[in-house]
Design a protein around this ligand. Structure first.
Ligand code: BV8
Ligand code: ZN
Length: 235
């Protein structure tokens, strides 16, 4: 049975995405060439310690990423996933990405495992603010208590949001097909989710331009770009 059939005939199809999903939107990935981390090591920036040590440097990096995403647009891969959700084939997208491009492409049920570039949280009073565009001042301060705001993303060493994690686990355990797109599969516990789906009997379809740590458990590996392969599967 070809993959498009497998997806069309699925009872509960879930899509799991990583930074490669947004590569064709011009958003650099983490570990690929020109990756976000190339200039910096993850330990330097995406950690609570880095933020405590140098909140301005960390916010400059996030502001730079917000500007890239603000000027980027969802690619045909994002739209294909939204179309499959519209057709009630895809039930939800579980994403490691913080760029919000799935939502901008029209996806309704998006589980953000690692938070969002478009929210900031007060380090003192916990207030969460929606950001419509890149932050102006760096570091931004809380309008309520004027303490330091932080990006509302999950840094290394921090736990994932409980609610998002539990919903992701439920979705994976209930799935009969999981489409894994654009992830190197090295960041845990997110990378565990395709394995959980597999153990629950799901067929794992992986779309990536190169093999990843998920490939060994993939039932089908489609070598290609998200923006080119997904639209074909959504026809
Ligand atoms: C936690 C938000 C504990 C911030 C991110 C040693 C071994 C195992 C684990 C660990 C370890 N040491 C530490 C850990 C735990 C650590 C971890 O997994 N580290 C890894 C690096 C080894 N995990 C954590 O710290 C997590 N928290 O464990 O907490 C705990 C528990 C309870 C109580 C207290 C503490 C938190 C992890 C979350 C970190 N935050 N992002 C931000 O974005 O700034 S992770 C970051 O990496 C992004 O979210 C990104 O999405 C994610 C994963 O990367 P990918 O999405 O896979 O992207 P990548 O660049 O790697 O790959 C891109 C892929 O796309 C490639 O395969 C490429 O081939 C492909 N591609 C490229 N172009 C295309 C394409 N595919 C298709 N089409 C294309 N066009
Ligand atoms: Zn505050």
């Amino acid at each position: 049975m070809d993959v498009a059939d497998l997806i069309a005939k699925s009872r509960h199809c879930v899509v799991f995405t990583g930074a490669g999903m947004s590569a064709e939107s011009g958003v650099p990935t983490f570990r690929g060439s020109g990756g976000l981390w190339e200039r910096y090591r993850p330990e330097e920036l995406a950690t609570p310690e880095a933020f405590a040590r140098d909140p301005v440097l960390v916010w400059k990096w996030y502001k730079w990423r917000q500007e890239i995403v603000y000027n980027a647009r969802p690619n045909p891969g994002h739209y294909a996933i939204a179309k499959l959700e519209e057709a009630e084939v895809v039930k939800a997208v579980v994403t490691q990405n913080v760029d919000g491009l799935h939502q901008r492409a029209g996806s309704k049920r998006v589980v953000e495992l690692h938070g969002s570039l478009w929210r900031a949280r007060c380090t003192k009073c916990g207030a969460v603010y929606r950001l419509e565009k890149p932050v102006e001042e760096v570091p931004p301060r809380c309008p309520r208590c004027s303490s330091l705001l932080r990006p509302d993303v999950v840094w290394f060493g921090e736990p994932l949001p409980q609610e998002a994690w539990e919903e992701a686990v439920r979705l994976m355990a209930a799935s009969d097909v999981v489409i894994v797109v654009g992830t190197s599969g090295v960041v845990y516990p997110a990378a565990y989710l395709p394995k959980l789906a597999k153990e629950s009997g799901a067929a794992v379809v992986e779309i990536n331009v190169e093999e990843s740590a998920i490939t060994p458990i993939a039932d089908v590996f489609i070598r290609g770009k998200a923006g080119e392969v997904l639209p074909r599967l959504a026809e």
